[in-house]
Design a protein around this ligand. Sequence first.
Ligand code: THU
Length: 165
Amino acid sequence: MKQENSISFTYKEFDTEEELDPSDLELLRSARTAAGNAYAPYSHFMVGAALRLESGKIITGTNVENAAFPSGICAERNAIANAASNYPGNKPVALAVAAYSEKEHSAEPVSPCGNCRQVIAEEEFRNKKNIRIILGGKNKIRIIESGGDLLPLQFNSESLRVTPR
Ligand code: THU
């Protein structure tokens, strides 16, 4: 063995939303509101995501499920696809996620799934700009400074560059 490595990251945890910066709080509230528009007749897990662009604009997304299960899509990717399609060049700087099931906001903050982490990482990588992740639970809020922290040793466009022979 040449060496043993480790990767770690720090994140912040808050008990109440009043402790958040006003712009983070606004984004989290947008995500919570968006969750109400989720189409989740199969899981009943309603997710809302709110993406803040560098101009200050907020774009939201919800999960949209499908009878053919894999055709459904998560809230985070819908928000990102919406922003990328309609506001090209306006880089995302923060993403808030909130969810509720059976009319109750989930107590624990919801973490983006692996597919969404990959898509968040692509946005950060192509824009060379961190996306601050705000995960809102009922009584616990987590803030992670970069989506890339959630996907260490990630596969990205750099990985596709093959060494010339
Ligand atoms: N879901 C999201 O929209 N975002 C997440 O971060 C986790 C999961 C959706 C996908 C599916 O519609 C439902 O939640 C249950 O997995």
